[in-house]
Design a protein around this ligand. Structure first.
Ligand SMILES: N[C@@H](CCC(=O)N[C@@H](CS)C(=O)NCC(=O)O)C(=O)O
Length: 207
């Protein structure tokens, strides 16, 4: 039977998408992509950006961009109730945070972890780029944490919570430092960690 195929790496952006697949309880194959140059070149024949995650849909269509995958899965499987009803203002708010998380939070994390890509001077500018990325990362997390109650969308759990959970876990310095600065984020992470889908995927990524 055709099923989803999720391409990822342990602890990478595939984590939230895999958690969504677990929440939906749909069959899927999880494929680790090695990060050697030849492996990435082969992976580009499947997904042209060469980045993870990539998601092959049951009809064979391959998607890149994690936020798009999460939104698609929530719409494709409405019975899992991982997003508000499309066309409502709740759904508009949901889209707002999904794009914010992708365009701002994920983006600043990439500056922290790949700083040499952001300057033609490479390693020489890496430290200030990493520092600015960390400041921006914190500012973006601060903004979204101010509205947690207890979830991103108030009392409605959604894939935006899985996305926030994953991205916040990448903050440099570890969870305890971040949770001391933003206690609401710590409470959110604690609540999510109790979900069986989240625990199962955390265990799968703890290789
Ligand atoms: N905007 C993309 C970002 C994907 C991305 O940068 N993924 C990282 C892992 S979290 C990656 O593949 N890094 C390897 C590289 O850039 O060479 C998304 O949301 O899926």
């Amino acid at each position: 039977m055709a099923q989803y195929k999720l391409y990822g790496r342990p602890g990478s952006g595939s984590l939230a998408v895999q958690m969504a697949l677990e929440e939906i309880r749909v069959p899927y194959e999880r494929i680790w992509v090695a990060d050697g140059a030849a492996d990435v070149a082969t992976f580009r024949t499947i997904s042209p950006t060469g980045k993870v995650p990539a998601l092959a849909l049951p009809d064979g269509t391959v998607m890149f961009e994690s936020a798009a995958m999460l939104v698609h899965l929530s719409l494709e499987h409405p019975q899992a109730e991982l997003a508000p009803q499309p066309g409502t203002s709740h759904h508009a708010r949901f889209l707002q945070w999904m794009v914010f998380l992708s365009a701002n939070v994920y983006e600043s994390a990439l500056r922290v972890y790949y700083p040499v890509r952001y300057s033609s001077r490479g390693e020489r500018d890496a430290e200030p780029i990493r520092e600015q990325g960390t400041r921006d990362f914190l500012a973006h997390l601060t903004l979204i944490s101010q509205g947690l109650n207890p979830y991103v969308l108030g009392n409605q759990y959604s894939v935006a919570d899985l996305y926030l959970y994953m991205l916040a876990s990448w903050f440099p310095g570890g969870k305890s430092d971040l949770n001391a600065r933003l206690p609401a984020l710590g409470t959110h992470a604690q609540k999510l960690s109790l979900r069986p889908a989240v625990g199962a995927v955390e265990a799968d990524h703890a290789v």
